[in-house]
Design a protein. Structure first.
Length: 425
């Protein structure tokens, strides 16, 4: 049975004194705190020594409501990214909800100890669940510095990783295939210089191949010319005769150099290389301008994409804080123990009203409320029984009166019928 408000307390010896005590207890802060504990001043006035107990219980109920309001304030400020005056409305509403719920949880539970236990244990479970809800924003507030720093570090790492992914998936060299493993939703721009780049790449490959060949042939031709010149000049050395003039060896070496020039096509290859280099220079100029424009547009799109992600100066939301706290405590055993100790402490604070009620046992006030409720229930049942009996008597009386009226009507009808029968021949 829950707490009840009694319209009329039972009369007790020394009624005037009890009335004075009740009147004295109906004013001041103590009475307001007792109201939060769900007590009836009419019953409590007959046992004034219990007032202190229920003043303390009301203070505990008020304290948990205040803690709940503070928790809601922190939760809303974390969700909205800052404190606002309009937050006072949901904060007050939540505090009143917790206040009334705790008032119900600690309301008088009467009966045997088994009946009290059956009622108080579910209330304690409700208080524990409520404590978990209230404790989490306060835990996040206590560890706010570490949590916010972890979120900021995570955001910066995410921005760097996303920038690298976007740059790899949108290569600054048009036409180059990205080697990034995941380019889903990362393609920002498509270059229009692919055809020119392919042509330029092909020309550069041809020029490199031809340049390698020309370099090798030119080096060999120069060696042959140098050897022929040295022989004709009469220089001594390996493979040289040391005789000055156009001797047989001089003419043979000179002819060998000319034959190599003709067979290797060195002159033609040099002209081709010059033509390729000219075409490459002519194509590379406009392509560089287009590439610079592509890079500018790509940088702008990358910055636009990164601007949509949360930065280090953006507010940190409640879900981010909860995830960050979980990540921190996963790797830090000491911090995990500290958070759970704080969480259990706050849950214990939120369960204090029910715990105080359980530890108080059955008080004199509880017993008096139980007797008063039983007495009023007996009075009510007696009144209902008397009202029922009176109603039955009234119905019985109406039935008798109806039966008498019907008998009189029947006699009258019989008399009329007899009179009519006597008048007939």
């Amino acid at each position: 049975m829950g707490s009840s408000h009694f319209t009329r307390p039972l009369a007790t010896p020394g009624g005037s004194r009890a009335a004075d005590e009740v009147a004295a207890g109906r004013s001041g802060l103590g009475r307001r705190l007792r109201t939060l504990a769900g007590v009836d001043e009419g019953v409590l006035g007959r046992i004034p020594l219990e007032r202190t107990r229920y003043v303390g219980l009301g203070g505990v109920v008020l304290g948990t409501a205040v803690v709940a309001g503070i928790s809601m304030w922190f939760a809303l400020s974390q969700i909205l990214g800052g404190a606002h005056a309009a937050m006072l409305i949901p904060v007050v509403v939540w505090a009143l909800i917790v206040l009334n719920l705790d008032r119900w949880l600690v309301s008088t539970v009467t009966g045997t100890w088994r009946a009290r236990l059956m009622l108080l244990v579910p209330r304690l479970l409700v208080a524990v669940v409520l404590g978990f809800i209230i404790a989490e924003p306060l835990v996040l507030r206590v560890f706010e510095t570490a949590v916010v720093q972890h979120v900021i570090n995570g955001r910066e790492a995410a921005l760097i990783a996303e920038r690298d992914r976007l740059l790899e998936c949108n290569s600054r060299v048009p036409g180059r295939t990205s080697g990034h493993r995941d380019c889903t939703n990362a393609r920002l721009l498509t270059s229009t210089a692919d055809a020119d780049l392919n042509r330029l790449s092909s020309l550069e490959r041809d020029a490199d191949t031809l340049r390698t060949q020309v370099t090798a042939d030119r080096s060999r031709y120069d060696r042959l010319v140098d050897q022929a010149t040295a022989e004709c000049a009469g220089e001594s050395g390996q493979g040289l005769s040391g005789r000055r003039g156009m001797g047989p060896l001089c003419r043979r070496l000179d002819a060998a150099a000319k034959r190599f020039m003709d067979r290797s096509g060195l002159g033609e290859n040099q002209r081709k290389l010059q033509g390729l280099e000219g075409r490459i220079s002519a194509l590379r100029g406009p392509l560089a301008e287009r590439q610079a424009d592509f890079e500018r547009r790509l940088d702008a799109r990358v910055e636009e994409r990164l601007a949509a992600m949360p930065g280090k100066d953006d507010p940190v939301g409640l879900l981010e804080r909860m995830r960050a706290l979980h990540e921190i405590t996963t790797t830090n055993v000491y911090l995990r123990q500290a958070t759970w100790l704080l969480r259990f402490f706050l849950i214990l604070v939120d369960c204090l009203p029910v715990l105080v009620k359980i530890m108080s046992g059955t008080t004199a006030y509880d017993r008096m409320v139980d007797r008063t409720n039983q007495a009023q229930e007996m009075v009510y049942n007696r009144r209902v029984r008397l009202d029922t009996e009176a109603r039955l008597e009234e119905l019985e009386l109406r039935a008798r009166r109806g039966a008498d009226r019907r008998r009189r009507e029947h006699r009258a009808l019989d008399a009329v019928a007899g009179t009519r029968a006597g008048l007939l021949p």
